[in-house]
Write a protein that binds this ligand. Structure first.
Ligand code: PBG
Length: 331
């Protein structure tokens, strides 16, 4: 930079709205958003989630209606999470493999309603299906077994792909699962099914409301630190991302979002791949609580935080604010 004050006045380009628009470096559009939705049993059921004010679980018919709404709003993709009934949960999470489980029924209902107008992202991990709330199968000491879990996750992924999922998103953090899922998808003829790996997923305190939403919170004993990452680590995140790309991931995710934008920026800088971030349940709850307490304008908080994800280098953002943000962006 050669000029200095007063030849250089950085406020010049900020002085009017047209000029700010002209100089804006980052854009946020509805096409950047992925809307996570919670599915529950029943017909015409909407269950508000207390720890996620404004977010509900919907029965399959309601999920199809939300997908239709997403298409109308210009949201390109939705992410599904099931609230599996207690009596369908087991130690091995076998319900994940049932071709008629909530997830598969929701996928088919959305396809019926929206055709290919919307992408359907499905979470691969066993926590919505296990009686202990861990993401995999456990041994007698409660340790989540890696290779045994990967074998089940592969079958879960194929079950979802056969129901019509477009993007398989393994959120379990087992080693080697991306390669195993990719091979199974290829062998099963699912050449165009994408994998978005939760590559850098941290053992975070921000997942609490999500665990209420899928019904695993009360069941979970202990923590997930033997597979999810230590929030103190960056280099390890880069290794996780490198590994998942090498194993065949089409895109990678960083999670949580806002407190980990440094990781997003590092990943984007280092690897030439699409990077997504998940603005998780606790982050959503934090914004809602701040707005409810009068600590900030809700709409402005929503748009500013989502813009921050884009500025950090995100290709897209999973956010419970997706529909609201899309309405704001659509004016
Ligand atoms: C499950 C999963 C979690 C989230 C997405 N997939 C929770 C967890 O790992 O315990 C969290 C999402 C959120 O908090 O919004 N494997």
């Amino acid at each position: 930079m050669t000029a200095s004050y007063p030849n250089l006045r950085l406020r010049r380009t900020r002085a009017s709205a047209w000029s700010r628009a002209l100089h804006r470096e980052t854009v946020l559009t509805t096409a950047d958003l992925i809307w996570p939705l919670f599915v529950t049993e029943g017909d015409a059921v909407e269950q508000p989630i207390a720890s996620l004010p404004g977010v509900s679980r919907w029965s399959v018919d309601g999920i199809a209606a939300r997908a239709r709404e997403a298409v109308a709003l210009g949201i390109p993709c939705i992410a599904l999470f099931p609230n599996t009934q207690r009596d369908r949960r087991s130690d091995d999470g076998a319900e994940a493999l049932n071709p008629d489980n909530l997830m598969c029924r929701a996928i088919r209902a959305i396809r019926e309603e929206c055709g290919n107008d919307i992408g359907i992202l499905t979470d691969v991990a066993l926590d919505p299906y296990t009686s202990h709330g861990q993401d995999g199968v456990i041994d007698d000491a409660g340790y989540v077994l890696n290779d045994e879990t990967v074998a089940v996750l592969v079958d879960q992924a194929i079950n979802q792909a056969e129901a019509g999922a477009d993007i398989i998103a393994p959120s379990d953090m087992m080693d080697g699962r991306v390669r195993a899922i990719r091979m199974a998808l290829e062998m099963g003829g699912h050449h165009n099914v994408q994998i978005m790996s939760y590559a850098a997923k941290y053992a975070s305190a921000f997942y609490g409301p999500f665990r209420d939403a899928v019904g695993s919170g009360a069941l979970l004993k202990g923590d997930k630190k033997s597979y999810q990452m230590d929030p103190a680590n960056t280099e390890e995140a880069l290794r996780e991302v490198a590994l998942d790309i090498a194993e065949g991931a089409d895109s990678v995710m960083v999670k949580p979002g806002l407190p980990y934008l440094d990781i997003v920026a590092r990943v984007k800088d280092r690897f030439e791949v699409p990077v997504f971030a998940y603005q998780v349940s606790g982050e959503y709850a934090m914004i809602e609580a701040a707005a409810a307490a009068g600590a900030g304008d809700r709409d402005a908080l929503v748009i500013e935080t989502l813009m921050a994800f884009k500025r950090a280098g995100c290709t897209g953002i999973l956010t419970y604010h997706a529909a609201h943000a899309a309405r704001l962006l659509n004016g």
